[in-house]
Design a protein around this ligand. Structure first.
Ligand code: PLP
Length: 396
């Protein structure tokens, strides 16, 4: 076989998909697995959005669209982002993509040079580090600490951002911890981004799934909208993961570059999917409210349940649909060296799928505790059954 590109050795992956494949393999063998592994809402896409998509196919919105998206959707997104972030967004600043994920790849490719440094949250969504390495830049992990409600230490941030930094990546509400960044944390990032003239990629894909209080966007801080790329989309908010619809909001000149990348890679996002997106943003929002209320009830259920298991402690996250409990005590009880071993034990002995800390990056310097991620985007009944199984593995 001919050789493959060297750059492929730099590209990481999302191990959640590997665990998902393993869960499906076990299920095919007849095992019943309670899965807390996958990060997608278990609700169906709301009917009005489905109808809009079907109607759009019927009326032949089945052709190519402009690479940056159809104008009515870009306008609806610009209005929505203007209102929610308290900034003035022009539709020309919006690039629509098949899911939010391409915005990560395209915006990093368009702004970061080989040898640059990019600061990113760790633990964090694994694709950030993967893309940073792929473009030949140096990933600089910023540790999120349990004792700070999974926020970062501002002194550590200051020590890690400097003249070589070309981008700082933020994600709030956060995958995998559910943590939300406080305005003071965002101010600290903004001050450094302005001082060192760097971009901020603000992954706000969970911005509507917030339980107590508000979520803040760094783009709302004066002068930051000129250097911020907001990543958002429809997958989580409207239960539309399989439709593939997301977007980035960025300064116009960068939007032109990112659009050129879209032309090279995807051409455009499916046109009827974009039509459904207009209905999602401008139609009734009660399905979103119901979904968020249900996630809140599940969060309370799972946090209380986990905290009642010997050797597990769990903070109450403010958003998204993940918990990231500390399982150091559970690992010790079972004589396990890492959360990866606990994940395996839970899967093969307990028939419960979770993700280990290692799915979200390597340990930070000095990090001694063990964590797992559970996605509670599953029914309360499944959550109760899963908790019962975890208890029986850990407590014996
Ligand atoms: N950003 C974060 C933090 C995520 O967790 C995900 C999906 O899991 C995405 C972005 C990508 O979302 P999409 O499915 O819209 O590409």
């Amino acid at each position: 076989m001919p050789s493959r590109a060297h750059s492929m050795s730099l590209l990481g992956t999302e191990t959640a998909f590997e665990v998902l494949a393993e869960v499906q393999r076990l299920e095919a063998q007849g095992r019943e697995i309670v899965s807390f592994a996958i990060g997608e809402p278990d609700f169906d896409t709301p009917e009005n959005i489905k109808e809009a998509g079907i109607e759009a196919i019927r009326t032949n919105y089945t052709h190519y669209s402009p690479s940056a998206g159809i104008m009515p959707l870009r306008e609806a997104i610009a209005n929505y982002v203007s209102q929610t972030r308290h900034i003035r967004v022009d539709p020309e600043q919006v690039v629509v993509t098949p899911g939010g994920k391409p915005i990560m790849f395209h915006s990093i490719l368009a702004t970061v040079n080989p040898g640059d440094e990019v600061v990113y949250p760790n633990p964090g969504y694994p694709i950030y580090e993967s893309v940073i390495r792929f473009v030949g830049a140096t990933p600089v992990p910023l540790s999120l600490r349990e004792e700070r409600g999974f926020s970062f230490d501002v002194d550590e941030l200051r020590a890690k951002v400097g003249p070589k930094t070309s981008m700082i990546i933020l994600n709030s509400p956060h995958n995998p911890t559910g943590g939300i960044l406080k305005p003071s944390d965002l101010e600290a990032v903004a001050e450094l981004a302005l001082r060192y003239d760097c971009w901020v990629l603000s992954d706000e894909i969970y911005s509507r799934i917030v339980f107590d209080g508000d979520v803040y966007s760094i783009s709302s801080i004066p002068d930051m909208e000129h250097r911020t790329i907001i990543l958002d989309g429809f997958s989580k908010t409207y239960s539309m993961t399989g439709w593939r619809l997301g977007y980035g909001v960025m300064p116009k000149s960068l939007a032109t570059d990112v659009t050129r990348l879209v032309t090279n890679v995807e051409s455009c996002t499916a046109t009827f999917v974009q039509m459904a997106g207009i209905e999602a943003l401008t139609g009734p929002q009660d399905a979103v409210d119901r979904m968020v209320a249900e996630f809140k009830a599940r969060r309370d259920l799972i946090v209380e349940g986990l905290n009642s298991i010997e050797g597990i402690t769990c903070l109450l996250p403010g958003g998204a649909f993940y918990v990231f409990p500390n399982v150091t005590g559970a690992c010790r009880r079972l004589g396990l060296r890492s959360s990866r071993e606990l994940q395996q034990r839970l899967l093969y002995e307990g028939n419960v799928a979770v993700l280990p800390r290692s799915s979200f990056g390597m340990r930070n310097e000095g990090e001694t505790q063990e964590y797992i991620r559970l996605s509670y985007a599953t029914s309360r009944q499944q959550i109760e059954e899963g908790l019962r199984r975890i208890r029986s593995v850990v407590e014996g």
